[in-house]
Design a protein around this ligand. Structure first.
Ligand code: GAR
Length: 203
């Protein structure tokens, strides 16, 4: 049995798509010894596949669209209210493809983590699987870091690596890396909740 919800730290997960990292986080928090509890999953897109997965796992979901009609500012105002209402301590970005503003980051007092598919500080931004192949590198990886206003730049909390093999394509790299992303992200979350500072390295 898990602790009473009152004693657990509250987590919110933000997604834009498939939600496999989200699923890994929810599954881990549902174990009896986890100090956290996922209170809700929120997407900026109605069609994010992860929303269905979250519902199946018994997690509350929300959508706040960002598009031509609804601005990112509107999204952030509503999100901030929700984070306060649900007393969220930790926000995990898991394939969330919007860049949160400096104002929002200053207003939310908890931690915000992100997972990025590269060995930061190398390859910030998009299309990292394609770009690592173009660099003719032999190693690829992912990083979990704290979110600050500069994109993919906050304090690194953990990294994982994979070897690049002959014949690898961006799709193959993404497939190989994603399982290690899940493993890394859940470990970093447990670490930060336990107040440990050690950077996690998974090779
Ligand atoms: C993951 O590979 C994650 O690292 C990446 O999107 C994918 C989401 O997959 N995140 C970024 O590119 C953020 N800049 P998922 O929805 O299955 O977790």
């Amino acid at each position: 049995m898990k602790e009473s919800p009152k004693l657990l730290k509250n987590i919110a997960i933000l997604i834009s798509g498939t939600g496999s990292n989200m699923e890994a986080i929810i599954n881990d928090t549902q174990k009896y010894d986890h100090p956290g509890n996922v209170k809700f999953v929120l997407s900026n897109r109605y069609d994010a596949l992860g929303l269905l997965k979250a519902k199946k796992l018994g997690i509350k979901t929300f959508v706040i669209p960002v598009n031509k009609t609804y601005s990112l500012e509107n999204f952030e105002e509503k999100l901030l209210k929700l984070l306060m209402k649900e007393k969220i301590d930790l926000v995990c970005l898991a394939g969330f493809m919007k860049v949160l503003s400096e104002k929002f980051l200053a207003n939310f007092k908890g931690d915000i983590l992100n997972i990025h598919p590269s060995i930061l500080p190398s390859l910030k931004g998009l299309k990292t699987h394609k770009r690592i192949l173009e660099k003719k590198s032999t190693t690829h990886g992912a990083t979990v870091h704290k979110v600050i206003p500069e994109l993919d730049t906050g304090k690194i909390l953990g990294q994982t690596t994979i070897k690049i093999k002959k014949g690898d394509t961006p799709e193959k790299l993404a497939n190989n890396l994603i399982k290690k992303e899940h493993y890394l992200y859940v470990k970093v979350i447990r670490n930060i909740m336990a107040g440990k500072n050690k950077i996690i390295q998974i090779d």
